[in-house]
Design a protein around this ligand. Structure first.
Ligand code: KIV
Ligand code: NA
Length: 265
């Protein structure tokens, strides 16, 4: 089997086909999503919150991203693997961005990288694309800027909407093959989707985008508490795992495990 390519993604937009994307941070989980047919997996820097125990995506290092991206690549054979450029690994400029992205492509074997920012990141996007690295852009709410912008819906009001449209146009012109729209009003996300030739990937951006991405731990109920409003809890892995954990513990304490069939003589 061959992996999904940017050409497949472009073809989907031309045909008006919607597609799903999930995050993944390890080989085993990624293999489940790959076998279930998810065409694009994102090794998101959301690994900071949901895999590494940080409060935000800001502390995630390029070393951490390279290690977990390599695991996701090893666990999959069909999906296109996209890795996030981590905070501080591309903001200095195009040369730094190319150095960081090259590492993820060569060491981890990812097929594409994602970085945050529209107009402000267009030089970085152009440099990577010219070097032959497919780039997924990410505009709207950009979590690496949490200290400056917080976590709130972006693009509300005429001025902010105009900026989002300029950002979308800038990343397409710079050569991005797709763009994530995070926490954007549905009407504006649909307008961007209609305006662009490249696919839009929504998260908290309504039903009008070409693709939808969810953080897998939110989608499958591993994240503690309620799923964020823009997400959906497709199952309750936390409850399932908690019950299994207690059963194992009880059986060890009570002597029911191991039974005869688990025992060598
Ligand atoms: O890191 C991440 O999971 C992301 C998605 C939410 C798009 O960037
Ligand atoms: Na991210």
């Amino acid at each position: 089997t061959r992996r999904v390519t940017v050409h497949d993604i472009a073809r989907a937009k031309a045909r008006g086909e919607k597609w799903p994307m999930l995050t993944a941070y390890d080989a085993m989980t990624a293999s489940v999503f790959d076998e279930a047919g998810i065409p694009v997996l994102l090794v998101g820097d959301s690994m900071g919150n949901c895999h590494l125990g940080y409060d935000t995506t800001v502390p995630v290092t390029l070393d951490e991203m390279a290690m977990l991206s390599a695991a996701v690549v090893r666990g999959t054979s069909r999906a296109m693997i996209v890795a996030d450029l981590t905070f501080g690994s591309y903001q200095e400029g195009p040369v730094q961005a190319l150095r960081s992205a090259t590492r993820l492509v060569k060491e981890a074997g990812v097929g594409a990288v994602k970085l945050e920012g529209g107009e402000r990141s267009h030089e970085q996007i152009r440099m990577l694309v010219e070097a032959g690295i497919p780039v997924m852009a990410h505009i709207g709410l950009t979590p690496q800027s949490v200290n400056a912008m917080g976590y709130r819906v972006q693009g509300r009001g005429e001025e902010a909407a105009q900026q989002l449209l300029r950002d979308a146009k800038a990343v397409q012109d710079a050569g991005a093959f797709a763009v994530v729209l995070e926490a954007v009003p549905a009407e504006l996300a649909a307008e961007v989707t209609g305006m662009l030739q490249i696919p839009t990937v929504g998260i908290g951006a309504g039903a009008g985008t070409d693709a939808q991405v969810l953080v897998w731990t939110d989608a499958f109920g591993l994240t503690p508490g309620k799923a964020p409003r823009f997400s959906k809890k497709y199952t309750d892995l936390r409850a399932i795992m908690t019950a299994a954990t207690k059963e194992f513990a009880d059986e060890v304490v009570g002597g029911a495990f191991p039974a005869e069939e688990h025992t060598f003589h």
